[in-house]
Design a protein. Structure first.
Length: 372
């Protein structure tokens, strides 16, 4: 082990000092954005780029798209290769957005009202295989792909409609291509590309947002046949006052970044620090994602970075909660991205079992048992 590796592990350990320790080497992989549309297709990407939209500036818009059967099949193959000392396969927890925009109805209504489309219907509209939900059920039954909740949409719907009504040409071009993520002039930086669906301006949209969050949980129950117990807010932006509604719907745990952008009582968004084991006044138990794994990010070099983060967590008796995104594991726009992401996941899992033979693979749901 070289000096640089030791340094990185110690830095990670210091960050992991606060919060609840569990005394076990637990690995949890949490992967965001499943169910949301992303970039519709490679053809749409080329069209949007030619129209002057800066889609090439974000890897998510170059790589991320709605999942398909080859994506899940290839991912499951990697996860099934590895078992911990208890005989449990590696597991990924997909955090799901349950709905996407119904573009036709929204346009027909003059952009006055938002209409959701459950992601299973988006599968049909995108021409995804009828086997998609069979694969979801298979992953759940095998315990290797067990979903939790990421909000109804991954879109700041109220703001999006407002800017669509104002008629920005590039935003309308994106809309006509079935794409959301463009920042027109005047959009607050904290709401970049309309991605954080819990970002609102003023109080008028608050109750509608609360209802959509609750409706998303109902959709989750209908689609998957069970209720989520863990929530993660898209883009790390949230309204803590909604914790009460989440708890009433059966969601008792919140996966958070170390600093989340929370809306205060004065309507302003400010960063708030969190530690694992923190319990809110409403009774929501929070835990921190303390590792990140983004193998298709241009800045990514190899698995050393995440292994050092995991080592720092284990040194402090913490679980390694690895945050990642669907963009690393889907190939609908670029097959090479899926190949790269799965290859690096394969390498990572192999390294972890070799270095720590006593690690435990757990889903987010299984991990929360250790926080009680």
């Amino acid at each position: 082990m070289n000096i640089q590796t030791i340094k990185h592990s110690l830095v990670s350990a210091v960050k992991n000092l606060p919060g609840k320790s569990i005394g076990k080497k637990v690995v949890v992989i949490e992967c965001d954005d499943w169910g949301s549309i992303g970039m519709p297709s490679e053809k749409a990407y080329r069209k949007l780029s030619a129209a002057g939209l800066p889609v090439e500036k974000s890897r998510f818009y170059q790589e991320d798209t709605l999942e398909d059967t080859p994506d899940l099949e290839a991912l499951f193959t990697v996860l099934r290769k590895y078992q911990d000392s208890r005989g449990n396969h590696a597991v990924m927890t997909p955090f799901c957005n349950m709905a996407n925009p119904d573009f036709e109805r929204i346009k027909s209504g003059g952009f006055q009202e938002y209409y959701p489309e459950v992601f299973t219907e988006t599968y049909r509209r995108y021409g995804r295989s009828a086997r998609m939900m069979d694969l979801w059920r298979l992953g759940i039954s095998e315990g290797i792909f067990v979903p939790e909740y990421h909000g109804r949409e991954h879109i700041a719907t109220d703001l999006w409609l407002r800017f669509l009504r104002e008629g920005d040409a590039k935003l309308r071009t994106a809309f006509d291509s079935g794409f959301v993520c463009y920042s027109p002039p005047g959009l607050p930086a904290q709401a970049k590309d309309f991605r954080p669906n819990f970002y609102i301006i003023g109080d008028h949209a608050r109750e509608g947002l609360r209802r959509s969050m609750e409706e998303g949980i109902d959709l989750f129950k209908t689609v998957f046949g069970f209720a989520p117990i863990v929530f993660n807010a898209p883009n790390g932006v949230f309204l803590p006052e909604f914790n009460k509604s989440l708890i009433e719907k059966g969601v008792r745990f919140n996966a958070v970044p170390r600093k989340r952008l929370d809306r205060n009582e004065d309507g302003q968004y400010r960063h708030r620090s969190y530690v694992t084991g923190h319990q809110t006044a409403e009774g929501m138990t929070c835990y921190v994602r303390n590792c990140n794994f983004e193998p298709t990010d241009p800045a990514y070099k190899n698995t050393d970075h995440v292994v050092n983060q995991i080592n720092g967590a284990f040194l402090c008796g913490k679980a390694a909660i690895i945050g990642t995104h669907r963009a690393n594991f889907v190939g609908g726009v670029k097959v090479s991205c899926r190949d790269k992401g799965l290859s690096e996941l394969d390498i990572l899992l192999k390294r972890l079992l070799k270095r720590w033979p006593d690690i435990e693979f757990r889903s987010s749901r299984q991990f929360t048992d250790l926080l009680l």
